[in-house]
Design a protein around this ligand. Structure first.
Ligand code: GLU
Length: 423
């Protein structure tokens, strides 16, 4: 009974996600207690000497949610809205994502409450090095392995690995993934999340369309968020002959019913797509983009974009969650009532962490693979995860999200049982 009374440390959002599974999984009180709170939460302040000579202290977090399957794994985000509850949920989702993809990793997430656009490059570097100094004893290639997330990238990972290696006195590239290739990064990691999402979408279309002839028919797509994930996915789907009719970034969106000319704004040197430079398009808001009557809607920006406020106005037939947690729990129910299929984040955007795993393996072997090999192995792994989930959902008639969560949690609990933690 003590377990039930002890509600401290609970991840409220994770607990309610677990409740959705109750019918499908019948989790015991102990299993619920184990899964509804993170194993380790680190909150800390990072003092940073700013360019003007003054010191600012930033709130920072690292949540290591579950490590039954192996070292914990997950990105670090820099964003003004970062808070502990959100980081806990994102760490929980990472645990499910790694499990579902069959990786030997647990789940974690980190974040710093900061608006990185207001910091100079030097300040960002000192902030990152400060983050490492505060938690270096609690991370490591076999403990917890961070990676890029919202507003962090290969350059940030390079500072990270440099600071960590200096503290430890040896080069330890496996402490983070998503590094520049010259510092032990993997070919294909940059585009991996997008490519994984494209493979998932293709597989899903093959399953629901069946016949070969039908498979070739282009689909109409709207993408919210055109950064690394959304932009690369837009490029891939455009290359595959699909019609990207709308796209948006923080400055707003653009729309053209006959399809946007993605190549004209994406082939820039810095690989960023400059949406605002596109000619002959209609300007739309992010909100309008979400409500377009397209075959596939792809939220690839931040969390909680589809909520009770707009869920009943969504007209897409399918939603692929490329951002983490872009749909609120209540909105998910509304979408299900409207018979809109949602391919959840833990499956759709797992390409990033799958190739992170390949990077980590290459670091420990000191042997590096070609891009073709990485992409081929990504395809194999993500299609297998998709097939397992789809098959289960066909059998049980549960949603793809419930099926994905069940498979992921079953694997984590099996590992916990074999370790002797429970059961
Ligand atoms: N931040 C990415 C995610 O949410 C990648 C995590 C990783 O590679 O560890 O999946």
């Amino acid at each position: 009974m003590d377990i039930i009374k002890e509600n401290k440390n609970i991840c409220i959002d994770c607990k309610s996600r677990l409740e959705l599974l109750q019918e499908a999984m019948n989790l015991s009180i102990t299993e619920n207690a184990l899964l509804s709170r993170p194993r380790r939460v680190i909150t800390f302040g990072i003092p940073v000497r700013m360019d003007n000579g003054e010191v600012s202290v930033f709130n920072a977090y690292r949540v290591q949610y579950n490590n039954a399957l192996g070292p914990t794994k997950g990105g670090i985000r820099y964003h003004p809205d970062v808070d502990l509850e959100e980081v806990k949920t994102l760490a929980f989702l990472m645990a499910l994502k790694c499990s579902l993809a069959g990786l030997p990793f647990g789940g974690a997430k980190g974040g710093v409450e900061v608006d990185p656009t207001k910091l100079s490059k030097g300040e960002l570097e000192r902030l990152t090095r400060g983050y490492v100094r505060e938690i270096h004893q609690l991370i490591g290639p076999n403990i917890d392995v961070p990676a890029p997330d919202v507003n962090t990238n290969a350059e940030v990972m390079a500072w990270f690995v440099d600071e960590y290696s200096k503290i430890k006195g040896e080069f330890l590239p496996g402490v983070v993934t998503g590094k520049p290739i010259i510092l032990g990064g993997s070919e294909g990691r940059e585009e991996a999340t997008a490519l994984g999402g494209a493979f998932v979408l293709k597989r899903y279309m093959e399953k629901i369309r069946g016949s070969k002839k039908n498979n070739k028919k282009p689909i109409t797509v709207a993408i919210q968020g055109f950064g690394n994930v959304g932009g690369n996915l837009g490029k891939i789907l455009d290359d595959w002959g699909h019609k990207i009719v709308a796209a948006s970034d923080a400055d707003g969106g653009i729309y053209k019913s006959t399809g946007l000319d993605i190549k004209s704004v994406c082939n820039t040197k810095d690989s960023r797509c400059k949406l605002h430079e596109m000619k002959n398009v209609k300007r739309i808001s992010n909100e309008e983009l979400l409500q377009l009557p397209v075959d596939v809607l792809i939220p690839a920006a931040l969390s909680k974009q589809i909520t009770v406020k707009n869920a009943d106005k969504i007209k897409a037939k399918t939603i692929i969650e490329m951002a983490n947690a872009p749909i609120s729990e209540e909105a998910d129910k509304i979408l299900a009532d409207k018979k809109i299929t949602v391919i959840p984040d833990v499956l759709a955007n797992s390409g990033g962490v799958i190739v992170s795993y390949f990077e980590w393996v290459q670091n420990s072997d000191n042997h590096y693979w070609s891009k073709d090999k990485v992409n081929e192995m990504l395809k194999e792994k993500i299609e297998k995860a998709f097939d397992n989930v789809f098959e289960l959902s066909q059998k049980t008639k549960d949603s793809i999200r419930i099926s994905a969560y069940s498979l992921a949690i079953r694997r984590i609990l099996n590992a916990e049982k074999l370790r002797g933690t429970i059961g």
